[in-house]
Structure formats: structure tokens, C-alpha cells
Design a protein around this ligand. Structure first.
Ligand code: GLU
Length: 310
């Protein structure tokens, strides 16, 4: 096996929160402990949600903690550009190759349903009642005069199975558990599922470490790897951090965003806390990412979500 190529692929749609940082630290430790290459890609596909200044802030917050990267945003490298907003032509070519094989059809469902598909955290194919696949050419042409369609990928009734490095075996029937999913929104923006697969393949990423909320996206992504003829990485889906009331931390939890965290903690304090939650330290004590990389062990990382009270 060659050198591990890992990545952190945040969406610059707000200040990072503790959960984002937890995933970033684990991705970084996994790569650095194996002497691998770290890539930072900005997933700023959605022009309604993402902003350039958040990308800069995000890079600054990672560096503040002591996390670096060899390739990617601000660092450059042979697989650029590293901002998804600058890679539209590449997604268009991947999309066309699927379209030419008759695997994609227009969907004229409502805007609310379509926009739901742009978020990576839901099974967009599970929307019920979409009959767009069965429309005749005449019906499509008539509808196209009134509305711009989104575009869905036809999926087979096939079981896709893989073994997650942390969560173990996982399997999903694409048709039954997910359904035809959106690859391009009606406003022309390519969907997360297409972009993330194309980019990880194109950037030769061999290890993906990310939040457990994306575990159920993985079968769809494995199917796209297959269709696009790209080599899939190995996956590690890490626990989510939960607020004491059981809610997942989100960018709306302003009290746990990096702005507030940087005022309350030093990098060593915060690294120690994260490493404790990640099972790498017996108690939260001052720690340094580079030192942790020397003792990092996936076997100690818990699988279940972690409730944090700060
Ligand atoms: N950009 C996605 C997010 O911030 C993560 C994508 C991934 O790691 O596959 O939620």
C-alpha cells in the first residue's frame, strides 16, 4: 500500500464548532500517525450558504489548534483547485458521463424537496411520491417550459456493503433504503454526493474520516465511485458530539463555536479535551496534536456519540 492520503473537507457555511474540530483532529491524527499526506478541501458548493471569509476563518482555526495540511486550500498542490466552487467544470464532465449512459433523469418536484437534496445529511432519495422517472418525453418537455428540473440518478435494487474502519459492517439496499438521488439541483448546483465522490477520487484520497452522520451516505457514494470508475477510499465514521439535551452540535450552537472556544481555552487545553473524548487520553490534560500522533490508536476511539457539557 502507498502513502495514506487523508482529508478534511469542511463546508465554510459558518464558524466551525466543537464537533467539526473533533472530526478534524481525528482525521489529522489518523493521517499523521501513519506518516500520510493531509489535504484540506473547502466544500463551498452551495453559494447560498458558503462564504469566502468563513473559509479563511476555518483554516485559521485549524492552524490555531496545531493542525496543518500538505496540500489544498492556501497550500496548493497537484490536484487543485481545492475549493469546490472552482471545480464546476469537472463535476459537469462527470455528470455528462452518467447522463450519456442514460442513468440520469429530470425531476420536476417542488423546490422544498429538491433543496433538501443538497444537504449531505439526509437520504434525499427517500422522498415519497416522486413519479418523475415515469414521465414521457412529451410530459417532460411541457414541464420544462414552466420549471427548471433537478436531476436524479437511477439506482438499482442492489445491496451495497462495506466495512467501516470504526463502525464495522454496514449495508444498504440503494433502491429500498435510499431511492434515486439528486446529483444536480434545479438552480444548477451539483449535489454534495457527486462532488465529494468526484473530488475524493480525483484527489486520490485513500482514507476518509468524518462524522457518523454521513455513514448512510456512504453506500450512495460507493455506487458513484463504481459508476465513475474511481477507486474508493477506506472510511472511518467518528462519533458526533451531542449537547446535554441530546441535540447534535451544529453551527447554530454559537456558544460552542470556535470564536467562543478560542476565548475560553488554550490550544493545548482544547486538544486535551478532544483527545480525552476520542479515547486517546485517560483524563483531559494539556496535549499537543503532534505528540498525540505518536500514541494515536483507532482501537481506543469510541463508536457511540459523546455528550459534552462545557
Ligand atoms: N462537507 C461536509 C460537511 O461539512 C463533509 C463532507 C465529507 O467529509 O464527506 O458536512
Amino acid at each position: 500500500m502507498g502513502v495514506i492520503r487523508g482529508r478534511f473537507a469542511p463546508s465554510p457555511s459558518g464558524r466551525m464548532h466543537l464537533g467539526n474540530l473533533f472530526s478534524a483532529l481525528l482525521a489529522w491524527l489518523s493521517v499523521r500517525s501513519a506518516g500520510g499526506v493531509m489535504v484540506l478541501r473547502m466544500e463551498d458548493l452551495d453559494p447560498d450558504r458558503c462564504r469566502r471569509e468563513y473559509a479563511g476563518q476555518l483554516a485559521g482555526d485549524l492552524r490555531w489548534l496545531g493542525l496543518d495540511w500538505d496540500e489544498g486550500y492556501e497550500a496548493g498542490g497537484p490536484h487543485g483547485p481545492y475549493l469546490q466552487s472552482e471545480r464546476t467544470e469537472l463535476y459537469a464532465a462527470a455528470f455528462r458521463s452518467l447522463e450519456e449512459r442514460g442513468l440520469i433523469y429530470p425531476c420536476f418536484c417542488t423546490r422544498a424537496q429538491r433543496l433538501a437534496a443538497s444537504a449531505p445529511h439526509r437520504g434525499d432519495g427517500q422522498e415519497t411520491g416522486c413519479r418523475c422517472k415515469c414521465l414521457t418525453e412529451t410530459e417532460r418537455a411541457a414541464l420544462a417550459r414552466t420549471r427548471r428540473p433537478a436531476w436524479r440518478l437511477t439506482v438499482p435494487g442492489r445491496e451495497i456493503s462495506f466495512t467501516d474502519g470504526l463502525q464495522g459492517p454496514y449495508s444498504e439496499n440503494l433502491l429500498r433504503d435510499c431511492g434515486d438521488f439528486i446529483l444536480r439541483r434545479s438552480d444548477g448546483v451539483y449535489a454534495y454526493q457527486l462532488a465529494v465522490v468526484f473530488d475524493d477520487g480525483d484527489m486520490e484520497i485513500s482514507q476518509v474520516v468524518r462524522g457518523r452522520d454521513l455513514l448512510d451516505s456512504t453506500p450512495r457514494q460507493l455506487y458513484l465511485y463504481e459508476l465513475l470508475g474511481l477507486a474508493p477510499p477506506e472510511f472511518y465514521h467518528v462519533p458526533l458530539l451531542l449537547a446535554p439535551d441530546g441535540r447534535r452540535l451544529s453551527k447554530r450552537e454559537r456558544d460552542l463555536d470556535m470564536g467562543a472556544l478560542r476565548q475560553r481555552f488554550t490550544p493545548a487545553e482544547l486538544t486535551g479535551l478532544l483527545a480525552f473524548w476520542a479515547g486517546q487520553l485517560d483524563r483531559p490534560e494539556l496535549a499537543d496534536p503532534a505528540e498525540l500522533a505518536k500514541i494515536f490508536d483507532w482501537k481506543k476511539v469510541p463508536r457511540a456519540d459523546i455528550t459534552v457539557a462545557l
